[in-house]
Design a binder for this molecule. Structure first.
Ligand code: IPM
Ligand code: MN
Length: 415
């Protein structure tokens, strides 16, 4: 993603490129080591990625269809292949079968290199069932412990923040994705009585906090390998700083959870001397997202705070129509899942009015994570071209184009 680059997880995890060992992604050296075996069909030797597609509910299938166009255009141009397999997990299947995910689903999904998800949420299914049964279960069981959410204002996109443009609104939130209030720890006492007690416990493990912080520091470091973040003062650059990582917490109230985060932030940060360590309370961070978004470079935070501030982030970057996210398992062999962060928007479903750019950008993040950086950048450039010169608005129904026309415009820009 131009500046907000995910980087190849594999490069990062392994300190170099490595293949998932499915035998399809062959490096030139691997190819030459096969010398002697006749390569009969060079096309069959192209890098091939196996992608699980979960279009899901509401507008999910419509935006995923447009994402596929961009992905296929990038594959053709950059010489790789996508082998896709569709899954029908979502509200309709649940209504039919009473099941969110079949027992075999997780094991089966582990066999793919990435998952491309549309949206989960159905107006006829009680809130919580599909979200927990599908989306959160996949995040947890595939151990996608990072939720990476770039907040980037594309050219030509209107932001509600007066006087701010693409130069000011360009940061990334690294959200912990498997713990905190999402862990499901809690329960009721004396339910449905006047003395009822409801407990919902935030779970913060040192293991979980550390791995999230490590990812965030490494990400911040990688982001400015070429040029330092422009928010740094000259004397900070002089002193060797290149990027900034802001821990968002609530140390003045959450004196256990935020304390663990803060201690580990400084302990692990000592190993990353080029990253400036910064801290903001979550309420103040919300204020500054609106008042001074240019103060942020990379943010790291827990699951619940990350959920909340990235909806605010989505609004300042022009809305849910453009906000993409990656649920990453950055470990070697980990399976990550990419999605537009908005919901299934049932009231817009089936009308061809929903904005597919968030799904398209999620597809670009997926390619970047798979190691196809040039392809990811080509998609991002095409999206920027479309926002700058074509779309009237990013809002559903007001784009001046239909969902599939927007997908066509991006695909043409990629080709
Ligand atoms: C998101 C969503 C999910 C979350 C819901 C649908 C469970 O809001 O991806 O941000 O809270 O993580
Ligand atoms: Mn959310």
């Amino acid at each position: 993603m131009l500046r907000r680059s995910v980087g190849s997880q594999r490069e990062q995890a392994a300190g170099g490129l490595h293949s998932r060992g499915r035998g399809l992604k062959l490096s030139p050296s691997r190819l030459s080591s096969l010398a002697g075996e006749k390569v009969r069909n060079p096309v069959a030797m192209a890098r091939t990625y196996r992608i699980a597609i979960l279009p899901g509910d509401g507008t999910g299938p419509e935006v995923i269809a447009e994402g596929r166009k961009a992905l296929q255009a990038a594959a053709r141009r950059f010489g790789f292949a996508l082998e896709t397999h569709d899954f029908d997990f979502g509200g309709e299947r649940y209504k039919r079968t009473g099941e969110c995910l079949p027992d075999s689903a997780i094991a089966e999904l582990r066999g793919f290199e990435a998952i491309y998800l549309g949206a989960i949420g159905h107006p006829e299914v009680k809130p919580g069932i599909l979200e927990k049964g599908i989306l959160l279960r996949l995040r947890f069981e595939l151990d996608q412990y990072i939720n990476l959410r770039p907040v980037k204002l594309f050219p030509g996109v209107e932001t509600p923040i007066k006087g701010k443009g693409p130069a000011e609104i360009n940061f990334t939130v690294v959200r912990e994705n498997t713990e905190g209030l999402y862990a499901g720890a809690g329960g009721f006492l004396r339910r449905e009585t006047p003395q009822e007690i409801a407990l919902q416990t935030s779970v913060n493990t040192r293991h979980g906090v550390d791995r999230c912080l490590r990812y965030a520091f490494a990400y911040a470091e990688r982001l400015h390998e070429r040029e330092p973040w422009r928010g740094l003062r000259p004397e900070e650059i002089e002193a060797g700083l290149r990027s900034q990582l802001t821990l968002v917490g609530k140390t003045n109230v959450l004196t256990f959870a935020s304390d663990l985060w803060e201690r580990r932030f400084h302990a692990l940060g000592a190993e990353h001397p080029t990253v400036k360590r910064d801290y903001a309370h979550v309420d103040a961070a919300c204020m500054w997202f609106v008042k001074n978004p240019e103060w942020f470079d990379v943010i790291v935070t827990d699951n619940m705070f990350g959920d909340i501030i990235t909806d605010l982030g989505a609004m300042i970057q022009g809305g849910m129509g453009i906000a993409a996210g990656g649920n990453l398992n950055p470990e070697p062999g980990g399976v990550s899942m990419f999605e537009p962060i908005g919901g299934s928007a049932p009231r817009y479903a089936g009308q061809g009015v929903i904005n597919p750019l968030a799904a398209i950008c999620a597809g670009a993040m997926m390619l970047e994570t798979l190691g196809e950086r040039a392809a990811a950048e080509a998609i991002e450039r095409a999206v920027a071209g479309v926002t700058a010169a074509k779309l009237k608005s990013l809002a559903a129904g007001r784009m001046g184009f239909s969902t599939s026309q927007v997908g066509d415009l991006v695909a043409e820009g990629v080709a």
